[in-house]
Design a protein around this ligand. Sequence first.
Ligand code: DGL
Length: 262
Amino acid sequence: MRIGFFDSGVGGATVLAKALGSMPEEDFLYYADTLHVPYGEKPKEEVRGHIFDAVAQMVDEGIKALVIACNTATSIAAKELRERYSFPIIGMEPAVKPAVMRTAGSEKRVLVFATSLTLKEAKFQQLVSAVDQRHIVDHLALPGLVELAERGIFSGPEAEGYLRRALAPFDLGRYGTAVLGCTHFPLFRPVFAELLPAGTDLIDGAEGTVRHLRATLEKAGLAGGGSGRLEFMSSGKSADTQAVFQAALHAAADMERQLRRP
Ligand code: DGL
């Protein structure tokens, strides 16, 4: 059986690309809830309903485990999904803890990028208060990047202009680490790298999530049995959806190769 990957849209491709690269013995089903993206700007109850509908469809298709490749959906629904379903469910949260650890011993601050909904949720507030004793964590929602990614735009003047304007109020030299706490954002890694001062670390949760997925499947005796096949499903039926997803997957895989280059 397949591993399900779920996101509001194409952002989860940044996590799937890592799994495809490192788990060739698995098959995957990716579900993009493109009819309801963006989640990050919608009321929590509405988003919760969309997530449960989407996951029910994936379960009907047959999955042996679920990766919620979306920080927003994880903070809204991971706990309740785990109560409803007995297969392993792997969620994601902004990598605040490793970011704070990296800045230990320096005067640098941490800037967390995520959706408005993720930042508003108690889960995020609790995470920050648990690890941010020095009060060095700031945050910023970037809904425009989700919207651009869903149009297949991951770079260029529109993305650069949006990000430049969003970052303008920040004294960027004060930050040592930036957290990409929404799975759409790593698609813009080169744009972030261009606009943030040289030497700023950019971290996301994809690698840790895939490591956790692999360990969980092995522990549950569910690993293997596939051959790297991937099926794509979406709630929105626009003709472009699949093409945008493929473009996101290629962009994510390219960046993955560049990051691995010594
Ligand atoms: N990709 C999602 C995340 O990781 C959410 C984007 C959205 O739908 O607003 O939070």
